[in-house]
Design a protein around this ligand. Structure first.
Ligand SMILES: Cc1ncc(COP(=O)(O)O)c(C=O)c1O
Length: 425
């Protein structure tokens, strides 16, 4: 975006009123230099030790950590400028959710995901998983069943069970290297205790985006059985290779009736350490009222100043940083897919259509999962996510986080080649 457009973005996002004098020009010069170079730096390797990083905390023996889903890239300079400018102000008092927050999300959904959302449908959510947990509490009772579709993000099942609900697996079907939902299986396992289904849209760890037909069919089944669909769309801004994300509630009237979307810029703008950069979209008024009052009753409806700023600054018109990031991730993905297909190590990388997580099929090595993970950690000295943790169908797989500088990725692949090359026993 040109310089004038950039100023307009700041103004329309309300940041001019939030930033102290001088900081606007600082933010503008950060962007102006981006305009000049027209490129962003994803190659610098940052030392994340001593930064309280969960990812690096596990790497105590020189391993390269490629597990938990945050990226090793510097935060977008625009978002950083917005945050520092406000934090440098003297007073950080109690803060309300400003209309600019809702506007930024509505604008983003319309322009980035072609989904026209009524502003009333949007509200702040205290982190995607925290907010989903609140939905389980608000809409189901202990002992009720909630369906998940593994392999899928492990924290769905973890918290469903911790909160006294029953997680029921409707496993995806893997055929000819492609995953699809098992609708027949779904119809078979629904009973009177089944109250909810958690959809990972797009799917982590398999990197799948869902097409309209699939989402609409899922919505029809759920509407027929009175089941609420919780659609986790946290990876949706990171669609690769020109793929378009379809917000669940946008696909049909049934989907708008049964669906609740939970999302945020946490993954796309690498903001996981600012816990709570999230929102929900609930088109159905009765569900929305029930959910929003639940959050209020738990005093969970108040975002922090950094959260507000991060969301507003991320969801702007100027998407060049995000687009550059996605090109960089695509190159990393291609490097990994190529590496496994040319090196014949007995492993195959699925090419994700979304996000920076690569799902790697190691089943033909025939190794027990513990041994496989130990070979990666103690032998190759890289830490990956354990496929088995994502539920049935995840055994024999690992998930590799490629949201890292190219040099880090190359080093990891060299280590894998050294460990597994010629000796898979
Ligand atoms: C599918 C999915 N949902 C939610 C989260 C976490 O979201 P939050 O940090 O907002 O709770 C993750 C993090 O990896 C994820 O992959």
């Amino acid at each position: 975006m040109e310089r004038r457009g950039f100023i307009k973005t700041l103004t329309s996002a309300g940041l001019t009123t939030l930033l102290p004098a001088g900081s606007l020009s600082m933010a503008i010069s950060a962007c102006a230099s981006k305009n000049q170079t027209a490129e962003f730096d994803f190659d610098t390797v940052f030392d994340r030790s001593g930064t309280w990083s969960i990812k690096y905390g596990r790497a105590t023996n020189g391993e390269i950590p490629m597990w938990i889903a945050d990226m090793d890239f510097a935060t977008d300079p625009y978002v950083k400028a917005a945050l520092s400018a406000r934090i440098d102000k003297d007073v950080l008092g109690y803060t309300t959710t400003p209309p600019e927050f809702i506007d930024a999300i509505a604008h983003w959904m319309e322009h980035y995901h072609s989904y026209q959302v009524d502003r009333e449908w949007i509200s702040y959510a205290p982190g995607v998983i925290t907010a989903m947990n609140q939905a389980y509490l608000a809409f189901t009772n202990p002992g009720d069943k909630i369906i998940v579709q593994p392999p899928v993000y492990d924290h769905f099942k973890l918290y469903i069970e911790r909160l006294g609900r029953i997680a029921v697996d409707n496993s995806m079907i893997l055929e000819n290297g492609q995953y699809r939902m098992d609708f027949e299986g779904l119809e078979r396992l629904i009973d009177h205790k089944t109250k909810m289904l958690v959809l990972c849209n797009p799917n982590n760890p398999c990197g799948i985006h869902w097409d309209r037909e699939t989402l609409a069919q899922l919505a029809d089944i759920c509407e027929r059985h009175g089941i609420i669909v919780i659609s986790d769309e946290i990876h949706s801004d990171l669609t690769l290779y020109g793929v378009r994300h379809l917000p669940f509630c946008s696909v049909s009237e049934s989907a708008a009736k049964v669906g609740m979307i939970f999302s945020g810029p946490t993954k796309s703008f690498n903001l996981a350490g600012l816990t709570g950069t999230a929102f929900c979209i609930i088109p159905d008024q009765a569900k929305r009222n029930q959910y929003v009052s639940w959050l209020k009753n738990c005093k969970l409806e108040e975002p922090s100043i950094p959260t507000l700023l991060a969301v507003i600054a991320s969801y702007r018109d100027d998407t060049r940083w995000l687009e550059a990031l996605k090109r960089y991730i695509e190159d990393n993905v291609e490097r990994v897919v190529d590496f496994f297909s040319t090196n014949k190590l007995g492993m195959t990388a699925h090419r994700p259509s979304t996000s920076f997580l690569v799902w790697i099929d190691c089943r033909s090595l025939g190794m027990p999962q513990d041994q496989l993970m130990a070979r990666f950690k103690d032998g190759a000295k890289i830490i990956l996510s354990n496929g088995a943790s994502y539920g049935p169908g995840g055994e024999g797989f690992v998930r590799m986080n490629v949201g890292c500088p190219r040099s880090t990725l190359n080093q990891a692949l060299e280590r894998i080649a050294r460990e597994f090359g010629g000796n898979n026993s």
